[in-house]
Design a protein around this ligand. Structure first.
Ligand code: FMN
Length: 209
């Protein structure tokens, strides 16, 4: 099983080489994230793909994670602050078009979603959006491993600084989690040759037949 081999190969890289990831591979990873599942299917987060060195230098200020600036690409998963009625309506309209349905063909879904989110507080929406963003993160990790691109998921960053530098609040977004992409510097990364530390499968999972 290639996927298991590739997941054994991957680890959260601490030190990257200067090698850049091709735009083709980056685009495949972005597409994989776009294709992943989200609750209610409304993709309540956006992805920023950052290579600009000055922007990345600023984003990394005060963080212990050098990978924020010292890697090929930085992905920022930015969750929605609110789930608005307008967003739901526009998204459902897009679904109708893509599924060749007449306008209003998914009205029941639209009304259900609007009703559901009207009971959420803004705080609940932020938590819910973050959860969906993390599903994107998981998919990105698998996609990167399949392409033999190295990656580091990170929560060690300053979300306020990210909001400020990327202007996220104006866009109704906040930084949920980030991911650097690149190629490991195997000689200088102390984790590059460390065996994986994981629970035995039988302790981790239970099959109920
Ligand atoms: C949500 C999340 C946040 C993480 N934050 C950081 C981080 O800020 N810096 C870092 O070097 N690694 C971070 N990691 C990497 C984990 O420490 C790493 O995945 C874990 O130790 C398992 O090791 P492996 O991924 O190398 O197999 C994070 C991982 C996840 C999933």
């Amino acid at each position: 099983m290639n996927i298991i081999k590739n997941l054994q190969w991957r680890y959260a890289v601490k030190k990257y080489s200067d090698e850049q990831v091709s735009e083709d591979k980056i685009d495949e990873i972005i597409e994989a994230i776009n294709l992943t599942a989200s609750s209610c299917g409304i993709q309540p987060y956006r992805l920023f793909v950052i290579t600009n060195p000055e922007v990345r230098q600023r984003l990394g200020e005060g963080s212990f994670n050098a990978q924020i600036h010292a890697s090929s690409h930085l992905l920022v998963f930015a969750g929605f602050n609110e789930i608005t009625t307008d967003y739901i309506t526009e998204y459902v309209e897009m679904m109708e078009q893509q599924r060749n349905l007449e306008k209003g063909g998914l009205k029941i879904l639209e009304d259900t979603l609007i009703g559901y989110f009207s009971t959420h507080t803004p705080g609940q929406n932020v938590i819910w959006s973050d959860k969906q963003a993390y599903i994107g993160l998981g998919t990105a990790l698998i996609a990167a491993a399949e392409l033999k691109v190295d990656a580091t998921p990170m929560e060690g960053f300053d979300p306020k600084l990210f909001d400020e530098v990327l202007g996220l609040s104006e866009k109704g977004l906040h930084a949920s989690v980030i991911l650097s992409l690149g190629y490991r510097d195997a000689e200088n990364d102390y984790l590059a040759s460390a065996p994986k530390a994981r629970l035995p499968i039988n302790e981790f999972s239970t099959k109920i037949n």
